[in-house]
Design a protein around this ligand. Structure first.
Ligand code: ADP
Ligand code: MG
Length: 319
């Protein structure tokens, strides 16, 4: 049975169509990541799942039951917002325990639950502190702990790591992944960061302008992008797009263009090179299109002619 299902869900604000009749489902226990540019409708989807807003039409089904018009309370969903806010006048302990107390859980059970989750998120030594005595990263851990402690059926996270610096983001991402594997909750995680999406997801849904571009595993999304948007949105540097004489659009990833040692292959002239250290991006023009390839070679120079080959199996065709 599907855990969450959107059937023809449409949402507008006045004249603006925010979600244009979308259909998708999230499996029980899945880490489902929604990724897309700012303003594409990601937060709107989470708000619909949580019941904070209602669709204009269509149905939202949870475990086979239509919850479309039900209040948030009946859904057993916990939500970590992008602008997470801790209760400033409460200790870390009470911040985490708050939702449990309002569920009338007994004191001993609350204690155990808070201790367990605090250890998992490495904040067990901070339980007596107040939010203004915490760093940004510690606050974010507390916000995550608060959401995870409720042991909701469904956990929604709206760009919860975006305000953290790179190291911390990476660390929390890995911890979240482990946590999800251990607990098997349904996690719906929103981000605009493709790396975050690729590393965290069982499946990714790419959304653009209120429509679903593609749903698939990270591997499928990378190797078999179904639209030019997906090809360009996932992968760094962006997928090269080019047209043939008939006007059909093709795409090839910069990682899949090889520099040939012999003079077999197409001659192209290097226009610029970005040295990233672990890899280098070599820019050139191909068939009057700007192209880029990725190589570990460091012996190349701007103005040099190289010969490139592309394996047909790596070329995506878009209709
Ligand atoms: P994302 O989370 O992908 O950045 P959102 O789902 O927050 O995007 O918003 C999608 C679009 O809906 C945006 O254009 C936004 O301005 C608009 N929008 C969101 N909430 C409201 C609202 N309450 N009233 C009017 N427009 C809204
Ligand atoms: Mg958002």
């Amino acid at each position: 049975m599907k855990k969450i299902q959107f059937n023809d869900v449409f949402k507008s604000y006045e004249d603006n169509q925010i979600l244009k009749t979308i259909d998708f489902s999230v499996e029980r226990g899945e880490a489902f990541v929604i990724v897309g540019p700012s303003g594409s409708g990601k937060s709107t989807i989470l708000n619909l799942i949580a019941g904070l807003i209602k669709p204009d039409s269509g149905e939202i089904i949870m475990e086979g039951r239509a919850v479309t018009h039900e209040s948030p309370k009946t859904r057993n969903v916990s939500f970590v917002f992008q602008d997470f806010a801790l209760y400033p006048h409460m200790s870390v302990y009470n911040n985490i325990a708050f939702a449990l107390k309002s569920k009338r859980m007994n004191k001993t059970d609350i204690n155990t639950r808070v201790d367990t989750i605090a250890k998992k998120l490495h904040i067990e030594k901070l339980l007596k502190r107040y939010p203004n005595e915490l760093s940004g990263g510690q606050k974010q851990r507390v916000a995550l702990a608060r959401a995870l402690a409720t042991e909701a059926d469904i956990i929604l996270m709206d760009e919860p790591l975006s305000s953290l610096d790179t190291d911390l983001r990476l660390k929390l991402r890995e911890e979240l992944k482990v946590f999800h594997k251990e607990n098997n909750t349904t996690l719906i995680f929103v981000t605009h960061d493709q790396t975050e999406a690729m590393t965290l997801a069982d499946r990714i849904m790419i959304i653009n302008n209120g429509t679903i571009e593609q749903i698939g595993t990270p591997r499928e999304i990378y190797l078999e992008p179904m639209t030019p948007f997906v090809g360009k949105f996932i992968g760094t540097p962006k997928m090269n797009l080019f047209k043939n004489d008939v006007g059909t659009l093709f795409g090839i990833r910069p990682q899949h263009i090889k520099i040939s040692d012999s003079h077999l292959g197409e001659p192209v002239v290097i226009t610029s090179i970005d040295y990233l250290g672990q890899e280098n991006w070599v820019h050139f023009e191909y068939d009057a299109h700007p192209f880029v390839l990725v190589t570990t070679r460091v012996d190349l120079e701007v103005g040099q002619t190289i010969h490139i080959t592309m394996d047909e199996s790596n070329i995506a065709t878009f209709n």
